[in-house]
Design a binder for this molecule. Structure first.
Ligand code: XMP
Length: 324
């Protein structure tokens, strides 16, 4: 019968069988899929697993800290933490086109990941949080280069935008027969913190596609502060688990404001909050005015550089969930 416990012990047995006494690496992103993958692998093979967490400087406030607290201190898992914030932000200088941002971030991720993996000695396996829906989507892809073990199934919408072929790693995909809800159940069963298991989706390119136009350290700083306030208020209103995504966007528009006796010229922050089943369509949430009011007044009071807040009331289609 299907219980999270059975599924977990099944997956653990399979991992042991596939991996033997080989070494495995796994990229942790902070998302639920990679978290559950890592937790399963850790249960199955302990120290034969090393996880790599790349801080790309595009993460939410405290995200890097949270991942380290859960996996290294909480689980005792081998975690290689790479702070590559400066590299990513440097590479993004002058880049304004959304798809170019994604490409730059994807390429830089591979470089950083490869460098980190090289330092680990002999590695034979790469663990990935591929889910059943990803497997169906990528069965017999038209553009899969022959002979490349890694090419076809890499999740295009994930941090791991594709890995170098010369790494020649075999894939370990313990979630490939599971749906998202089942993954969450397994995650709870393995003792992962509920706020990690029920985290809203967060795009691989992170805050870079929520800073409209050029990404700079200052803008990332502003957006991180706005984002924190949005999540804090949405959680405070008990809405976090009831919406698909809720977040802030830092527009590249500046408007005039007034603070005390001074005229300000600050950025416009947009709030996005949507319901959705599968991200293909989405509707904007009719947030209570009080929640909107608190978010707005906190942002303009607490985040220097932002002096105006607007709410996005566009559905998908024709809008997308993200702004870029
Ligand atoms: P859109 O904006 O296309 O987003 O309506 C649909 C869902 O996908 C997420 N998203 C991404 N996730 N890398 C990701 O990992 C990306 O480049 C990316 N772009 C959008 C978005 O957050 C939403 O959940």
């Amino acid at each position: 019968s299907w219980t999270p416990g059975n599924v977990a012990s099944d997956a653990i047995a399979r991992i042991r069988e596939q991996v033997g006494d080989g070494s495995v690496i796994c990229a942790l992103s902070g998302g639920v899929d990679s978290a559950v993958t890592a937790a399963l692998l850790h249960r199955a093979i302990g120290d034969q697993l090393t996880c790599i967490f790349v801080n790309n400087g595009l993460l939410r406030l405290e995200e890097a800290e949270r991942v380290q607290a859960t996996f290294r201190r909480g689980m005792g898992l081998n975690l290689s933490y790479v702070d590559a914030s400066e590299r990513f932000v440097t590479r993004l200088a002058g880049v304004t086109d959304p798809e170019t941002k994604r490409k730059v971030i994807g390429e830089e991720f591979i470089r950083v990941f490869e460098e980190a993996a090289t330092g680990l000695g002999e590695v034979e396996f790469l663990a990935q949080g591929t889910l059943y829906p990803d497997v169906i989507e990528s069965e017999a892809p038209a553009n899969a280069p022959a002979g490349s073990a890694l090419s076809a199934r890499i999740k295009t919408h994930h941090n791991v935008g594709g890995l170098p072929e010369n790494m020649k790693l075999q894939l370990v995909e313990p979630l490939r027969y599971l749906f998202k809800d089942e993954v969450r159940d397994v995650g709870l069963e393995l003792g992962l913190p509920p706020d990690m298991v029920y985290r809203q989706p967060f795009p691989g390119p992170g805050l870079a596609i929520r800073v409209i136009g050029e990404v700079t350290l200052e803008k990332l700083e502003m957006l991180r502060a706005c984002d924190w306030i949005v999540i804090d208020e949405i959680k405070g209103a008990d809405l976090y688990d009831r919406v698909w995504q809720s977040f802030a966007v830092l527009s590249d528009s500046r408007t005039v404001g007034v603070q005390g006796d001074y005229r300000t010229y600050g950025y416009v922050c947009a709030i996005r909050c949507v319901t959705s089943e599968d991200a293909m369509t989405a509707d904007w949430v009719r947030l209570p005015y009080e929640v909107l009011a608190r978010i707005s007044s906190r942002i303009v009071n607490e985040v220097p550089g932002v002096n105006r807040v607007v709410y996005d009331i566009t559905s998908k289609p024709p809008g997308t969930i993200e702004w870029e």
